[in-house]
Design a protein around this ligand. Structure first.
Ligand SMILES: Nc1ncnc2c1ncn2[C@@H]1O[C@H](COP(=O)(O)OP(=O)(O)OP(=O)(O)O)[C@@H](O)[C@H]1O
Length: 897
């Protein structure tokens, strides 16, 4: 997404002699948020002026008008009605804008008391940005919306993340090389970066892969001392030690988040969990390119449909969907933690009835996490309270549902389920809150608190009294109308408006006799319109006052009740988020069990070995697609061993195009993701020694936006694998080297395969069209060949999609071209050329005499750069201060170039 977040205002926005008081107020508010689009509340509209108006008109397709003049020029203006605000906001945020909302903070009547020219007091109440949304209308219910911040200090990197809509904070410290993977794992919508790091190469790569809108922050906000103060303020604590020992980079990143929340939330303090800290060592590292290639939570086109997550998601609540997405996006590395997740899935898989009841109960609950967060920020309404009530009721119901099995000493729930049940056991305050909301809050309350009508009758006697007075008086009004008609013989109707209150109205003609009546007439004239005349009576005026007082009083009591509940929710935000998390986690476990049962998935054995053994594995997404077409899916085995014991470490996979190589490679990588996410796997069996880093390069596309060709991209990514893969990693590589001349490509593929085998020693599947690589099986200790089987039958090519030992005999490229509809004449000509080439055996250069990889010449020492030489030429002791400064500038200039 392009981020039009920062733009200097072009117009000189300074008030001058001709500036009206309202415009002067606008300009001063705007000066506080120059890079946000300012929505300036004027009555029933939010108005935009100057460049904001022009941009909004273009982005939203709304009319651009003008209002008054500034420095002799017309002021462009555009506006949106207050009631339609959410829709417009959503569209602007999606386009990458940030929006400052400036409200009227007093009744215009109050302002008038200060004088007829006084301006209504206004100020910014919130800045809406992609990463700080909390409204359901602006959020994807099944996806988390996160704001991230990155920082680098003392050679270490950190990512801090807040999910404001659920109040969850994460902090990850990692090596610089892991920054991209750590950031991409959170899929942030918005990323804060200290401006000084903008041109840093590591940072650029990480930001490009994150997918979020990037927001530059002043470097000063990342300085540790100030940052620490701000984080302490955010949490209302005087020291951060209670949260753990943070690295400096983490403090900087958290400090950026705190600074951003301070401005965007206009001082309102959100209810946040203490930062959940994790080193990257707790998680399977998956860099952005691998994520994209494996289509874990989004397809390469950015859609959810077609991703692994979409294929396996059987959750029934939005919180559950988010928990599952997090689990699949950040699989674990710790064997015990992975097995704890698998225990929970297995336990629920074995209990079909309990699982059904659990899922039914969960379906009835609402999004407690988001409702709590909105209420804590003062943005929630009565419907959010109802969401909390339904979540707490579900919690109560689930405690009862699990009561029998929880006490079963032999087959009781595993630790992860028990931990959830503990969170759901409502005691004290939460149970009191549930009782209070059950008694006091109406079943289907309105969205907004403003108009009342959500507190149950009987909950507060004084409210009942005010309501009765208000409603009874309405009856009396009807009686009064009948009496007026009877007394006067005129066809009166009682009407109401904001200016006159209640009045009697009749046509001008019917009113004539009354207007002529003397001062003793009970009908007092109020107003004459073109066709109507309005009257009142003493009785009606008295009643009017009584009704409006009663109505106001009822509203005030409801508002006060709401505020009491809201404050209680804010106070209990921590335990409420705990309940929300437990509900979401149970949903995710049960959903994985449901999916496992549906597709026949099994529990993988996850241990500390270096084994990877899959029997009859299937690709969860391709299988579903193939079956939807009524075709069978061919399961495949795959055996690799990092230590070469019992299986080879690296498999060279050959076979014709379309035979299923990419599917086979991705399938095995996805089984790693699923197993380490604590999910069952679609296979007959699987044993996996925990993987630390997963790399997948399958069908890299051009990245023209970054000015890199396919081949360049592939080499950058290959370099990342060769420098980062360890003996515990799992690598799938498809057709590297294909984007360049045959010999170059073959040479690169050959050297890469050798290095992965000898140096990185990662478990690797290496698919290639260079059949020459099959020779590696003979030359290296732990390599084996696999090929995707295909048969020619009656001149037709039939793909069996089966991975079998041995290399492919030929590539069938020409046959595939025919299948694809390449004209017969071209296919015939290609056959002739192929025959000639094969006869000449041009491609099989004598690779068998190559020296072994280990014996290859060491690379020459790196050439000295110009910068190195320039630095070496400087003798600091010989320089005057002025020369030293010049030298520094010169060096800096060279570094830039
Ligand atoms: N195991 C399988 N069982 C059934 N169908 C399969 C299987 N594997 C792949 N297919 C089908 O074959 C199609 C092609 O698979 P895939 O893209 O993996 O081939 P490929 O060998 O990588 O091709 P290319 O070399 O052209 O990229 C898939 O879209 C799917 O429809």
């Amino acid at each position: 997404m392009n981020a039009p977040l920062s733009h200097p205002p072009k117009t000189d926005l300074k008030p001058d002699a001709g500036t009206t008081p309202v415009m002067a107020q606008y300009l001063s508010v705007k000066a506080g948020q120059p890079d946000a689009m300012l929505f300036f509340r004027m009555g029933d509209f939010y108005e935009l002026f100057f460049e904001d108006a022009q941009k909004a008109a273009a982005a939203l397709g709304i009319a651009l008008t003008k209002r008054g003049k500034h420095q002799g020029e017309d002021i462009p203006m555009a506006g949106v009605p207050v009631h339609a605000m959410d829709g417009y906001l959503a569209r602007l945020i999606r386009q990458g804008f940030k929006v400052a909302v400036c409200e009227q903070l007093e009744d215009p009547a109050e302002a008038k008391k200060r004088g007829s020219k006084a301006v209504v007091h206004r100020d910014i109440v919130r800045v809406v940005t992609p990463g700080t949304l909390t409204e359901d209308t602006l959020l994807d219910a099944r996806g988390a919306n996160r704001l991230a911040a990155v920082a680098i200090r003392k050679g270490r990197a950190a990512v801090a993340v807040v999910e404001l809509s659920a109040g969850v904070v994460d902090s990850v410290a990692c090596d610089l090389s892991d920054l991209g993977a750590a950031l991409a794992a959170f899929r942030p919508s918005e990323v804060l970066v200290p401006d000084r790091l903008f041109s840093d190469e590591t940072m650029k790569g990480a930001l490009d892969g994150s997918g979020g809108v990037v927001q530059a922050m002043p470097q000063a906000l990342a300085e540790p001392v100030g940052a620490k103060d701000r984080v302490q303020r955010l949490y209302g604590v005087s020291a951060l030690d209670g949260f753990g020992a943070f690295e400096e980079a983490e403090i900087s990143a958290l400090g950026l988040i705190a600074a951003y929340l301070e401005t965007t939330q206009a001082g309102k303090i959100p209810a946040l969990t203490p930062p959940r800290r994790s080193g990257e060592s707790g998680f399977l590292a998956i860099d952005p390119a691998t994520r994209l290639s494996l289509e874990i939570d989004r397809t390469q086109r950015g859609e959810r449909d077609g991703s692994l997550l979409h294929a396996i998601d059987r959750t029934v609540t939005s919180g559950g969907a988010r928990a599952l997405a997090e689990r699949v996006s950040r699989p674990l590395r710790d064997q015990a933690a992975i097995n704890a997740g698998l225990d929970a899935v297995e336990w629920l898989l074995e209990r079909r009835d309990l699982r059904r009841d659990l899922r039914d109960a969960l379906r009835a609950s609402a999004d407690v996490a988001r409702a709590t967060s909105r209420l804590a920020l003062g943005r929630g309404g009565p419907r959010d309270l109802a969401a909390i009530r339904s979540g707490l009721k579900t919690a109560e119901g689930l405690s009862a549902l699990f009561a029998a099995s929880a006490n079963d000493p032999l087959a009781g729930p595993p630790a992860r389920v028990t931990a959830c049940l503990d969170q759901l056991a409502l005691e004290g305050d939460l149970s009191h809150l549930l009782a209070e909301l059950t008694d006091g809050l109406m079943d289907e309350p309105p969205h907004l608190a403003r108009d009342g009508g959500y507190v149950n009758p009987g909950h507060r006697p004084e409210l009942d009294a005010a309501r009765t007075l208000r409603d009874d008086s309405r009856k009396v009004i009807a009686e009064l109308e009948a009496k007026a008609v009877a007394d006067s013989g005129v066809a009166f109707k009682v009407r109401h408006n904001a200016v006159l209150g209640y009045f009697l109205e009749t046509s001008a003609k019917a009113a004539e006799p009354l207007l002529r009546a003397g001062p003793d007439s009970p009908f007092i004239h109020r107003q004459t319109l073109a066709n109507q005349v309005r009257f009142t009576t003493v009785e009606l005026s008295e009643l009017d006052a009584k009704i409006s007082q009663a109505g106001h009083r009822a509203l005030a009591i409801e508002a006060e009740t709401f505020e009491g509940w809201r404050r209680e929710v804010a106070r209990l935000a921590g335990p409420l988020q705990g309940v929300a998390e437990a509900l979401a986690e149970l949903d995710a476990h049960a959903a994985l069990a449901e999916w496992a049962e549906e597709v026949g998935a099994v529990r993988p054995v996850v241990d500390d070995s270096l084994c990877f053994a899959v029997e009859a594995g299937r690709h969860p997404v391709v299988e579903a697609a193939v079956k939807a077409q009524g075709l069978p899916y061919t399961p495949n085995n795959c055996q690799l061993a990092g230590d070469g014991v019992g299986a080879s470490r690296l498999s060279i996979v050959t076979g014709p195009n379309m035979a299923g190589k990419s599917t086979f490679l991705r399938q095995n990588a996805l089984l790693v993701v699923l197993a380490q996410a604590g999910a069952f796997v679609p296979a007959r069996s699987m044993r996996l020694g925990v993987v630390d880093r997963l790399f997948s390069r399958v069908g890299a596309g051009d990245d023209l936006a970054r000015g890199r060709s396919t081949f360049m991209m592939e080499m950058v990514e290959t370099a990342a694998i060769l420098t980062q893969a360890t003996g515990r990693s799992f690598v799938v590589l498809d057709e590297i080297g294909r984007g360049t001349a045959t010999y170059d490509g073959l040479a690169i593929a050959w050297a890469t395969a050798e290095a992965l085998h000898e140096t990185n020693r990662a478990r690797t599947l290496f698919a290639t069209h260079y059949h020459e690589l099959a020779q590696l099986e003979e030359r290296l200790d732990h390599v084996c060949n696999l090929s995707m089987k295909a048969r020619e039958w009656n001149g037709e090519l039939v793909f069996l999609h089966e991975a079998a030992p041995g290399a492919a005999d030929r590539s069938y490229g020409v046959q595939v071209a025919r299948l694809a509809g390449v004209p017969t004449a071209v296919v015939g000509r290609a056959r002739e050329v192929l025959e000639r080439l094969e006869n000449e055996k041009a491609a099989t250069a004598r690779l068998d005499d190559l020296p072994l990889f280990a014996a290859a010449e060491p690379p020459p020492p790196p050439m000295k750069s110009m910068l190195d030489e320039a630095v070496a030429a400087i003798d600091p002791d010989e320089l005057t201060p002025r020369e030293a400064l010049e030298a520094l500038y010169r060096l800096k200039g060279m570094a830039k170039g």
